[in-house]
Design a protein around this ligand. Structure first.
Ligand SMILES: Cc1cc2nc3c(=O)[nH]c(=O)nc-3n(C[C@H](O)[C@H](O)[C@H](O)COP(=O)(O)OP(=O)(O)OC[C@H]3O[C@@H](n4cnc5c(N)ncnc54)[C@H](O)[C@@H]3O)c2cc1C
Ligand code: FES
Length: 253
């Protein structure tokens, strides 16, 4: 275990890189001293490139022994992460951002799309410890984008139900008497769920994603418009978020 200074990167060693398929892998590193909460993220940076971009990645799992990140390879930075070898050093800054409010003794629905699976995995563990009944719906384009969940959807029908993860949520919410929904995935998916649930009393929390520069709440590079009692305000995804109650989010800004 290592000490973490909040604005300084810590160097950890890679313990394992578990390739799930050609696009996704799980990166396991040494644990840091502070315990992260579900929904928080770290900025990851290669040990060699001090000036290189830092990559925001959610906590997939955390124990006293190891931190785990689930990563989708999309560009240069995530490709670099995929090439890390056991024992190699990595710079980590965090845990950053806020976290999902954890319900207790409730019926909760988790909805993820693609790499949106990552933060919900850790969240589900915490929710079940607090006696919540969980149902997890996960969707992706095809079989490579899906991971274990209670119900799987793929757009091409290669695994699970053919269709979108949003197709039957209203029926499930009613049938299972869902109190709270947690959601992470593409913006369009979260916006659609938010509109579907607008007329209901079901609580909905979404994890927003924006490009990040400083990652520390000082540049406003990741600002999103939120409706509050005081009117429209701008909040940062990196510091005020990434978790927001969906009813406040102004999706079309
Ligand atoms: C709070 C937060 C948590 C995240 N958690 C995870 C996680 O757990 N696992 C994971 O794999 N990824 C996660 N991401 C996304 C991840 O940070 C980006 O995929 C990564 O920065 C891409 O870097 P790159 O250099 O590989 O790709 P780039 O070369 O920067 O981009 C490659 C492609 O991805 C798109 N892209 C890159 N970053 C983003 C972004 N933030 N939003 C939308 N599109 C983007 C670009 O438009 C481009 O098409 C998270 C992002 C945020 C903000
Ligand atoms: S990235 Fe600078 S404020 Fe969020």
């Amino acid at each position: 275990m290592k000490d973490l200074a909040t604005t300084e990167y810590s160097i950890v060693a890679v313990q394992k890189v578990n390739t799930l398929n050609s696009s996704y892998f799980i990166l396991e590193t040494d644990a840091l001293k502070s315990t992260p909460c579900p929904g928080q993220f770290y900025l990851l940076k290669s040990k060699e490139k001090e000036q290189g971009l830092h990559i925001p990645i959610s906590i997939y799992h955390s124990t006293d022994e190891a931190l785990k990140f689930m990563v989708k390879i999309v560009g240069e930075g995530t490709n670099e992460l995929a090439k890390l070898k056991i024992g190699e050093g990595l710079r980590l800054l965090g845990p950053l951002g806020n976290s999902f409010p954890i319900a207790e003794h409730k019926n909760v629905l988790l909805i993820s799309g693609g790499i949106g699976y990552a933060p919900l995995f850790y969240l589900k563990e915490k929710l079940e410890r607090l006696n919540n009944l969980t149902i997890w719906l996960h969707g992706g384009r095809s079989k490579d984008d899906v991971f274990p969940a209670d119900k799987i959807y793929t757009e091409d029908g290669s695994v699970g139900v053919k269709g979108l993860v949003t197709d039957s949520i209203l029926e499930i919410i009613e049938k299972e008497a869902i109190d709270t929904v947690y959601c992470c995935g593409p913006k369009g998916m979260m916006k659609h769920i938010s509109k579907l649930l607008e007329p209901s009393n079901v609580e909905l929390y979404v994890s927003l994603e924006e490009y990040m520069a400083c990652g520390l709440g000082s540049c406003m590079g990741c600002a999103v418009a939120i409706n509050t009692k005081l009117g429209r305000v701008y909040k940062t995804v990196c510091n005020d978020g990434p978790i927001f109650e969906a009813k406040g989010v102004i999706w079309d800004e």
